[in-house]
Design a protein around this ligand. Structure first.
Ligand code: CA
Length: 232
């Protein structure tokens, strides 16, 4: 069986080595990177199942990496922060981190947290891999062939714009998760996109109509949208 792979992005070598040592001993396959740039490269080549992410890096912030990783990969993130600053933690959790630990930490606690996150993630029915995983994806009368960016409704191909497709995929591969409109704007339209949240509403409305899945994409009043969990 393939080992569960963990990537550590952390510029303090002593901490990275301690984590790598502890996690390897627990049976995980571990790689670490000392900068944002190397970390993002390792995301591509190493394809980890979980990311341990330091919040303060020499060439960028953990938040930026967090946004990028959640936009392209479906893996849990444990953020490591030296700060006791609560806004950092809230921000991190809002942008896709699953949990956080504060330095200095106890290695056993980190390992316990990682186990919990991986278990929770597996239970959520999401493969701990990127979104290009199982193909096609099916729910109700809809079939999505991700490799071909194709969506079928009762076997008939539906004409979706690229953004409608991306939005649908983002929602239905994260079932049960509530996304804010701003978050969806960033994830689907790119995080530099300065758009209006109405854009999201309009796309959602069109998706519901084109696919006849109004009841699956629900509006969470005052927050945003989610794709219903029991969708099959
Ligand atoms: Ca650091």
């Amino acid at each position: 069986m393939e080992k569960t792979k963990i990537l550590i992005i952390e510029d303090e070598a002593a901490i990275a080595e301690l984590l790598a040592y502890g996690l390897t001993r627990e049976g995980y396959e571990v790689q670490y990177a000392g900068s944002s740039a190397d970390g993002l490269k390792a995301m591509e080549t190493f394809r980890p199942h979980l990311l341990v992410l330091d919040w303060m890096l020499p060439d960028g912030s953990g938040l930026d990496i967090c946004k990028r990783v959640t936009a392209s990969y479906n893996i849990p993130i444990l953020m490591v922060t030296a700060k006791s600053d609560i806004t950092d933690k809230i921000l991190g959790l809002e942008f896709g981190a699953d949990d956080y630990i504060t330095k200095p930490f106890d290695l056993r606690e980190v390992i316990a947290r990682i186990r919990t996150i991986l278990r929770r993630f597996a239970q959520a029915g999401q493969p701990a891999q990127d979104e290009a995983g199982a193909d096609p994806l099916r729910f109700k009368h809809i079939e999505i062939v991700r490799g071909e960016r194709l969506v079928k409704r009762n076997g008939e191909t539906v004409d979706l714009t690229p953004k409608e497709f991306d939005l649908l995929l983002k929602l239905c591969t994260n079932r049960g998760r509530i996304f804010t409109r701003d978050e969806l704007l960033e994830l689907v339209w790119g995080y530099d996109y300065v758009g209006e949240t109405r854009t999201v509403d309009n796309h959602i409305q069109r998706l519901r109509k084109k696919l006849d899945i109004g009841e699956l994409i629900t509006t969470v009043f005052g927050i945003g949208y989610k794709f219903e969990k029991e969708a099959d």
